[in-house]
Design a protein around this ligand. Structure first.
Ligand SMILES: CC(C)(COP(=O)(O)OP(=O)(O)OC[C@H]1O[C@@H](n2cnc3c(N)ncnc32)[C@H](O)[C@@H]1OP(=O)(O)O)[C@@H](O)C(=O)NCCC(=O)NCCS
Length: 148
């Protein structure tokens, strides 16, 4: 079976019962999975190889009284043996489409200046680098992506 990119929804909880090593930080929790997938503002795009989840990107879309909806990318990870095959880009682009469907104008993410792979990934999908230079010099780096 070919690699598949899928945005999970309520009812897809079982997809996360078969996850490759080093994709998520911790073992999948059934209750937290149900809460996440049952919440309309939480989004999860996964890369699946023959039933095995080998990568994901997660995000939340939120509103603010004076700003249009924005998409915050929470985490992105791909199993080590599946990296450098475009899966990071694919799951992120899938989330960008979700953001557009929710009328988000911007997506953004934070990473660390030492994370060469993450910086390359975010640049490759159109991210604009914008560090918060007024804060402490802790190596945190932000990228924004225009969705509209
Ligand atoms: C960051 C990560 C998700 C990238 O996933 P991936 O599937 O390997 O990324 P892709 O194959 O889609 O590559 C996207 C781009 O980044 C580049 N890239 C990926 N890894 C790279 C690396 N280690 N060094 C340099 N460039 C890299 C690719 O060449 C590609 O560039 P291109 O589009 O110009 O050809 C993956 O390395 C990972 O899971 N790292 C550990 C978790 C992590 O750090 N997540 C980010 C937290 S902010």
């Amino acid at each position: 079976m070919a690699l598949e990119i899928k945005v999970l929804e309520r009812g897809d909880e079982s997809v996360l019962m078969n996850v490759a090593a080093e994709v998520f930080d911790n073992p999948i929790d059934a209750d937290l999975t149900a809460e996440f997938l049952g919440d309309a503002r939480h989004h999860l795009a996964v890369a699946i190889d023959d039933g095995l989840v080998v990568g994901f990107a997660s995000a939340i879309h939120y509103v603010h009284p004076d700003k249009p909806p924005q998409l915050w990318i929470n985490e992105v990870a791909v199993a080590p043996e599946y990296r450098r095959r475009g899966l990071g880009k694919a799951v992120l682009r899938s989330l960008f489409e979700v953001g557009k469907a929710h009328h988000c104008t911007v997506a953004w993410v934070l990473t660390d200046r030492t994370n060469v792979a993450a910086m390359a990934l975010y640049a490759s999908v159109g991210g604009t680098e914008g560090a918060d230079d007024e804060g402490p010099s802790d190596g945190t780096l932000g990228y924004s992506f225009m969705l509209s």
